[in-house]
Design a protein around this ligand. Structure first.
Ligand code: PXP
Length: 243
């Protein structure tokens, strides 16, 4: 059993998705961020996508100022996003792969195959004092690539675990657990996220090396039925019980 508290970062992108469906200003992601803070969330995560399909530039500043919680900006490895990150100075920047046609971030970043493209970006953000995280698949070559890039944090993509058929769940969990251990052994702080729900969160939360989970779509979906505060409190409780 681990004594370290596992942080919960709540991704509020889909509050903006609902707002944008009508083009007005309701529901406001700022209000969501405030509720997350009151409910015991440890951080706010937003993904400013190239097509601005949910979070927009003005949301960044408003969300950042809305609570005392650290802001984790998910961003593609592009010049535009690096400039925005340097202007806003979020606590953390999580570099994610991004394709226009995808519905969500469907896989991990190929940190191993893109070393030369990522190295200057990781260096610029790090030099500015932003904590860089790389959203990678739980694979040894990606952890080793993160090490070579000097990233202090990796976030493991839990999509394969979340979508695994019954027979493969244990194997996916083992990969996450082994890679979390490898990350820590190499001085990297491991986080995890994608596709986590009340049903599947506990085995991941029980991996002692993990320090943070980032959860979005499911929590915002549950918030429709029971409210955001209740959803965050419930997820928090499940995570704590698993530790
Ligand atoms: N972490 C990262 C880096 C993400 O890009 C996302 C969204 O795809 C999440 C966590 C949260 O995933 P979900 O919305 O499925 O909980």
């Amino acid at each position: 059993m681990s004594t370290d508290r596992l942080r919960l970062g709540v991704n509020i992108d889909h509050v903006a998705t609902i707002r944008n469906a009508r083009g007005g200003d309701h529901p406001d992601p700022v209000r969501a961020a405030q509720i997350v803070a009151e409910a015991g969330g440890d951080g706010i995560t937003v993904h400013l996508r190239e097509d601005r399909r949910h979070i927009r530039d003005d949301d960044l500043l408003r969300v950042q100022d809305a609570t005392g919680l650290p802001l984790n900006l998910e961003m593609a490895a592009t010049d535009e996003m690096v400039e925005i990150a340097l202007r806003h100075m979020p606590h953390a920047a999580c570099i994610v792969p991004e394709r226009r046609e995808e519905r969500t971030t469907e896989g991990g970043l190929d940190a191993a195959g893109q070393h030369n493209r990522l190295a200057p970006i990781v260096a610029r953000l790090t030099d500015a004092g932003i904590r860089v995280s790389l959203f990678i698949a739980p694979e040894p070559r990606q952890v080793e690539a993160a090490m070579r890039l000097g990233a202090p944090v990796v976030e493991f993509h839990t999509g394969e675990y979340a979508h695994a058929q019954a027979g493969n769940v244990a194997e996916e969990l083992r990969r996450l657990s082994d890679m979390a251990a490898l990350a820590v052994k190499n001085g990297i702080e491991p986080h995890a996220g994608h596709g986590l729900t009340y049903k599947n969160v506990q085995p991941v939360a029980a991996i002692p090396q993990l320090r943070e989970l980032n959860i979005g779509h499911y929590l915002i979906g549950e918030a429709i039925f029971t409210g955001l505060e209740d959803a965050v409190v419930r997820m928090r409780r499940l995570m704590d019980e698993a530790r």
